[in-house]
Design a protein around this ligand. Structure first.
Ligand SMILES: [Mg+2]
Length: 145
């Protein structure tokens, strides 16, 4: 199971409210829940296989004890559509707040164990907490990790 992670609007607020640039509630627990999985950046901060930009942004938002969780997230290479960075030969979950029409088009080929989760921190600031509790706990049961 591969996990693909967007940053802006997914793990860090990008809405122009008092939450702007703040980490999403429950981010640390989310990162902990991802520990058993093969995780990848799928963000505009990492498009060329260099994870440094994504790492720098995320490390500013989490305590040092979580920097190892950030460092182990692998880079992807993609242009135009994030789906170009996804390995469609593996099971995966992609967390993102903003899926483009062209990406939805590509996602039509997904099998049962390939999915995208639209994170909506703007209307539900607790969304990441809920996803950690519901989805990731369920996955742990399913994958026995
Ligand atoms: Mg985003």
């Amino acid at each position: 199971m591969k996990i693909y992670l967007d940053i802006d609007g997914t793990m860090i607020h990008e809405d122009l409210t008092e939450n702007y640039c703040k980490p999403a509630k429950g981010l640390l627990e989310f990162l902990e829940a991802l520990r058993p999985y093969d995780t990848y950046w799928l963000t505009t901060h990492c498009t060329d296989g260099n994870p440094e930009g994504a790492r720098r942004i995320m490390k500013e938002k989490v305590p040092e004890a979580y920097h190892a969780d950030i460092d182990r997230i692998k880079p992807t290479v993609w242009q135009d559509l994030k789906t170009k960075g996804i390995d469609f030969s593996s099971d995966f979950i992609w967390f993102d707040n903003d899926i483009y029409v062209g990406e939805w088009e590509v996602l039509k080929q997904c099998t049962d164990n390939q999915s995208v989760i639209e994170v909506d921190l703007r209307s539900n600031p607790n969304h990441l907490i809920e996803l950690t509790n519901d989805l990731l706990v369920e996955l742990q049961k399913q994958y026995g990790k």
